[in-house]
Design a protein around this ligand. Sequence first.
Ligand code: C5P
Length: 404
Amino acid sequence: MKDLAGKHIVLGLTGGIACYKSAELCRLMIKAGATVQVVMTAAAEHFMTAVSMQALSQRPVALSQWDAREANNMAHINLSRAADACLIAPCSADFIAKLAQGQSDDLLSLMCLARPVDQVPLLLAPAMNREMWAHPATQRNLAQVAADGAVVLGVGVGEQACGETGDGRMLEPHELLDDLIAFFQPKVLAGQRVLITAGPTYEAIDPVRGITNLSSGKMGFAIARAAREAGADVTLVAGPVSLPTPRGVQRIDVRSASNMLSAVTLHAPEARVFIATAAVADWRPDVASEQKIKKDGSGQTPALRFVENPDILATLAQSARARSGDLYCVGFAAESHDLLANAQAKRLRKGVPLLVGNIGPATFGQDDNALLLVEEQGTEEFARDSKLALARRLIASIADRIRD
Ligand code: C5P
């Protein structure tokens, strides 16, 4: 299932060099399953041709409210009534000012004013020079359009077309796509804080070697994204993985199990939900050599001794019980066989209300998975699907449980 399947989006372009990014954004939205109707202002046409946007969207671009091809000659009404959302990207300072005032002397601003405010959300991706962005007039207008119900998606920071550096760049197309997808997800965890561990841990033997495992972190990162999409404030404590941080998620990179426990302990007191997906190493070398252990040619192997790592999940679950259970803890079990029996036993051993089982070798590094939810009351199977789709279902289940 594509993330924007069935959604009809009006993509409005206003005047700005960031129009070049809107071509890619249009492509990404269509790849995600949306139908896209492009509307361009006259200023936007200085930066991007309507021909390019028509080719990418597969639809004629709407340019004028006087286009006689509209049977009722009411393009502003027809466009806004058909849309599931209007996304203005790039949204210029001038266009924000027009929205704030309710001006409507071109098709795009007219359409924004004519849209049914409660039914057709308006999302804005501002793009402008940093001084224009910081100007009190722009900030005042933004506050006004937000108060009038528009969703302001924020701006990027960095080098600008003018050569200056600062706030005001339009977000990248993939960021806008993720924000749009997130916008349509139900906000079942609005206002809740969720703490997640993900990835493997790395236990040093010496400065250049260590013990780790094949966990990719993909399931935990997908859950972090799904929790954020559901409106939660998400902290993701990640072992060494090279995955991109999901939009809006606060990420803390750690290496060893001990580092992971410290980070988690610090953030647990504010959290409502803790989801442990990390494949924490069971043991670590009792001492990590400060210098590289050398091979001396004698054929002797180093005598490594191990100590057990702290069980992060069990530790948190125990302290949550001690604090009368205000932290809902969820564990994962990667098994190679007897998933149900192993997951049930692990749930009891860890002392958590919900344990999610999966077959480790069938999911490590993959983009899909199948889950078995095990609770005291019974079990539920989530059939094989993408990790993100499963993560969204899991988040919905967790939201149900903490609401009860
Ligand atoms: O005991 P096992 O490693 O199979 O348990 C898996 C579950 O416990 C996962 O949720 C994992 O993140 C968590 N865990 C932990 N700290 C450990 C070991 C496992 O949080 N030291």
